[in-house]
Design a protein around this ligand. Structure first.
Ligand code: FAD
Ligand code: MLT
Ligand code: ZN
Length: 463
């Protein structure tokens, strides 16, 4: 990279904001799992929207690829500059100001580098709830969460990030700033352009600030773990709880005993939260009505009477609830410790989840002796992480496994990614699973906003 470009970036953001030595760059070019390692000429860490705009203008004029990055917890290599020459990573992590919390407007305005847990806490202090929740919430940043349209464990009740963004500010690929920072719940004035940036994985511009939707903080919370022996039973349990608890049901997560066994193997001495069952559903209901616990207990008794639950553990306090959630939230970390795994972040209609899991597991484990399916996820919104542990498998085997999973997903009319996105990891699958017309539509949007293809080239679409 030309020294004068680095000088221009330093002039724009200050010397300390530009990292150009290999050791400093290394963590930014390595993805969370350590599976992908890319290359970058420098990392720039602007401190304001104006600085982001200046950096983008400099790179765009010099036709240097820009890779926006937040907490670098993405699981699709969207923030990892693979196969790019001279790329500049623009890290938003210094922009972590909670600009304002307007409790009466049920809105919080934040900079893109705010960590999700900090936003949740700011809302909590104002007796409001920001409901987005996921295991990476201690590191994932709002800009990344917006750009991946993140899901997580409360989508069942509150939707994905798309439904939580009221307003957005972004820097376009030519450096212009577009300000849509409105805290409006209703706004039909022309195209809702902010939706283009949500889920665009940094390919259309850089998100610099967002206005996010808040909710009343529920006063009551019931968390329970339900042990079941067949994955088909999960559907009946879910349907029963939906009928009895309705809109108060905010989470319904499914995971197999395999996940617990793996954690116990790494943390000897840890005891399972209940007697062993093949599958578990972790459910949570929240409400501000004081009758919630009684209603939930009635629902659990009825589950038991109907013979649907092998066992039920109801958390008696928030510490117990946290301990139950830990069994669910540590699965991805534990999976990482096992070494190589092939991730499939798929969705199918909720009614088809048990059949999909059963058929896909049977096929993959039969055709590839030695691999282990670890299927878990967000049952309540149809999103299963059909991950496969593949110790020592060759690339050909890994490719064959993914091809089989995606073939079955097509049979179920599901999606090849429900929440993690395409990034650079699933680009070929996107081509194979979306129609020519849909791909053309996406390319048309990309060309209109980024004719020079400087903004995260190679993510989502071909370079
Ligand atoms: P990054 O990884 O830094 O970037 C992700 C993408 O967004 C990249 O394409 C990047 O270029 C782009 N980007 C980042 N910041 C900006 C910006 N300001 N403007 C424009 N583009 C930008 N995801 C879920 O949806 N649900 C889950 O339940 C979930 N659980 C997870 C659990 C664990 C343990 C881990 C490690 C990850 C999990 N994820 C989950 C994936 C990940 O946390 C999310 O994708 C998250 O949204 C990424 O945020 P980030 O700030 O780390 O983004
Ligand atoms: C989760 O829900 O824990 C992650 O999105 C799943 C994964 O790591 O595959
Ligand atoms: Zn998930």
């Amino acid at each position: 990279m030309k020294a004068q470009l680095l000088d221009a970036l330093r002039d724009a953001c200050g010397d300390a904001a530009v990292l150009a030595d290999a050791a400093s760059i290394e963590p930014y070019v390595t993805d969370w799992r350590g599976t992908f390692v890319g290359r970058a000429s420098a990392v720039v860490r602007p401190a304001s929207t104006e600085q982001v705009s200046e950096v983008v203008r400099i790179c765009s004029d010099a036709r240097i690829p820009i890779v926006p990055q937040g907490g670098n917890t993405g699981l699709a290599a969207g923030a990892t500059p693979l196969q790019l020459r001279d790329a500049i990573i623009v890290s938003l992590s210094r922009m972590r100001r909670i600009v304002s919390v307007d409790a009466d407007a049920y809105a919080v305005t934040v900079e893109a580098g705010c960590v999700l847990a900090d936003v949740q806490q700011a809302a909590r202090r104002a007796e409001r709830l920001f409901p987005l929740s996921l295991a990476a919430e201690g590191s994932a940043e709002i800009g990344g969460l917006v750009s991946t349209n993140a899901g997580g464990t409360a989508v069942l009740r509150y939707g994905t990030m798309r439904s939580l963004v009221l307003g957005l500010e972004a820097v376009l690929p030519d450096g212009r700033i577009v300000d849509g920072l409105r805290a409006l719940y209703k706004d039909n004035a022309g195209y809702d352009w902010k939706q283009l940036f949500i889920g665009a994985e940094g390919t259309l511009g850089i998100v610099t600030r967002a206005v996010l939707r808040l909710f009343p903080m529920p006063r009551e919370r019931v968390t329970a773990l339900i042990g079941i022996d067949l994955s088909e039973t999960a559907l009946r349990v879910f349907s029963h709880l939906q009928t009895m608890l309705g809109e108060t049901l905010s989470a319904c997560e499914l995971f197999p005993d395999r996940a617990l066994a793996l954690r116990v193997a790494y943390e000897p001495g840890l005891r399972r939260p209940m007697a062993e069952h093949a599958w578990y559903l972790l459910v949570e209901a929240t409400s501000s009505l004081s009758t919630l616990r009684t209603a939930a207990e009635e629902a659990f008794v009825a589950l038991d009477d109907a013979g649907l639950a092998g066992a039920i553990v109801i958390a008696e306090n928030s510490a117990q609830a946290r301990a139950l959630w830990e069994w669910r939230e540590t699965i991805t970390e534990t999976e990482k410790r096992t070494g190589r795994s092939v991730k499939h972040d798929v969705s199918v209609p909720i009614s088809a989840i048990p059949e999909f899991i059963a058929r896909a597991t049977e096929r993959i484990e039969r055709d590839h002796p030695g691999v282990t399916v670890l299927a878990f996820g967000h049952f309540g919104d149809g999103n299963i992480h059909f991950n496969v542990l593949v110790p020592g498998a060759t690339t050909a085997v890994v490719d064959a496994i993914s091809a089989a999973v995606y073939e079955m997903i097509a049979d179920f009319r599901g999606s090849i990614t429900a929440e993690h996105g395409i990034g650079r990891y699933r680009r070929n699958e996107l081509l194979a699973h979306r129609s020519i017309f849909e791909m053309d539509l996406m390319r048309t949007v990309k060309r209109a906003l980024d004719p020079g293809n400087v903004m995260n080239p190679g993510a989502v679409l071909e370079e």
